[in-house]
Design a binder for this molecule. Structure first.
Ligand SMILES: *Cc1c(COP(=O)(O)O)cnc(C)c1O
Length: 374
């Protein structure tokens, strides 16, 4: 986080709001004598299935595991290529490499999610899955991607880690393919660490449950080589009330994004995020692009915002594959992605979380304008 100058109030980039309802549920679990996976995890799974509109939700230990588990359960592994975006958090790439598949990288569109045409150009006989990322909470174009997958018989694994409640044409993300959500400490719904896999496929959900619990169907009868991917009831108790009030969380984030869009509407050189015309943005991040016309570079703007006590972040400064540890990796094909590379140099995320009040939003808007001389 970014501490402000002395005497300046600081608007943090993220906040966590856990209410008394969560405290009560946690206490209930603590007194129940069952702290590991039990009825509270089941309650979380049922509540989330309702929200996303899917038949099955399988809770796991974190979002990276959710992605890995989804790929594994879909049968993706060595010899397979997975097409994802070049512009995401590296958990997306690490999950693909963890199952032994090869990662291919499509470029992005103006909303910073995967460009379906760029993805289509990478399809070849080894392609087994598409892995779009609903980055910042913006729903990827699931109509085009689902059609592309259908045409080539590909699995669709949605990285919805940042997009709880986002929709594309009236359907929640995570319901088009197999969805992977994160409950990490900064995500729209959080219990510190946690993950949720969503699917309508009963056989796939069954495999996920088996793999999550050492491949064990009945006590000490092993049907598959498995893992311990379980979430605990203690964590689920923190998340359940947030799932119950997800509509309010979404409303507040949306209202804040709209306020910022109004406050920054006419700032030269600043490209503001837009709401999808046929969907719902989950506003995990409110991300602007600082272009050359702004007169002040992205990093200089960040420094001035730190001075003004406004939290901010760069998601992400480099393409996923643009790090030393991936250079010689046999599973990484560094496909060119010029639009994503441009985004790396321009994006800056500002506070949009539900904990902000009017004064905070004023401070964010005014500080950005002042920093850019607008
Ligand atoms: C947070 C995140 C993940 C990983 O989730 P964890 O719970 O931190 O393991 C994966 N993909 C994206 C896009 C994320 O933002």
């Amino acid at each position: 986080m970014n501490p402000g100058a002395t005497g300046t109030r600081t608007v943090p980039l993220t906040s966590v709001e856990v209410g008394e309802d969560a405290e009560r549920l946690v206490l209930e679990v603590m007194r129940s004598g069952m702290l590991a996976q039990g009825t509270m995890v089941a309650r979380l799974e049922d509540a989330f299935a309702q929200v996303i509109g899917v038949e099955h939700v399988v809770a796991v230990s974190n979002g990276t595991v959710a992605l890995t588990a989804a790929l594994r359960a879909a049968g993706i592994g060595p010899g397979d290529e997975v097409i994802t975006t070049a512009f995401s958090f590296n958990a997306t790439l690490n999950a693909i490499l963890e199952v032994g598949a090869v990662a291919r990288f499509a470029d992005i569109g103006p909303d910073c999610t995967i460009d379906p045409d760029s993805a289509a150009a990478l399809v070849n006989p080894r392609t087994a899955a598409l892995m779009p990322v609903h980055l910042y909470g913006a729903p990827a174009d699931m109509t085009a991607l689902t059609e592309l997958a259908r045409r080539h018989g590909l699995a669709v694994i949605e990285d919805a880690a940042q997009a709880h409640g986002a929709c594309h044409r009236g359907r929640a993300v995570g319901s088009f393919g197999v969805g992977a959500f994160s409950l990490y400490g900064t995500k729209n719904i959080t219990c510190g660490e946690g993950g949720l896999v969503t699917t309508d496929d009963a056989a796939l959900a069954d495999r996920l449950r088996l793999l999550r619990n050492q491949g064990m169907r009945r006590r000490y009868e092993y049907e598959a080589v498995g893992y311990n991917w379980r979430l605990t009831d203690l964590q689920a108790a923190v998340a359940v009330p947030q799932v119950d009030r997800i509509a309010t969380i979404l409303e507040r984030r949306t209202a804040h994004a709209r306020t910022l869009n109004r406050a920054l509407a006419d700032v030269p050189g600043l490209v503001l995020p837009t709401e999808p015309h046929d969907g719902v943005h989950a506003w995990h991040q409110y991300t602007v692009r600082v272009t050359a016309e702004a007169g002040v570079g992205r990093d200089e703007l960040g420094a001035r915002l730190t001075e003004a006590g406004v939290g901010h972040g760069v998601y992400y400064p480099r393409l996923m594959y643009d790090h030393e540890c991936y250079r010689q990796h046999p599973g990484v094909r560094p496909d060119p992605a010029p639009h994503a590379a441009a985004a790396c140099a321009q994006v800056l995320s500002l506070p949009v979380h539900p904990g902000l009040d009017e004064r905070d939003l004023d401070q964010v808007g005014m500080s950005v304008r002042r920093a850019l001389g607008a």
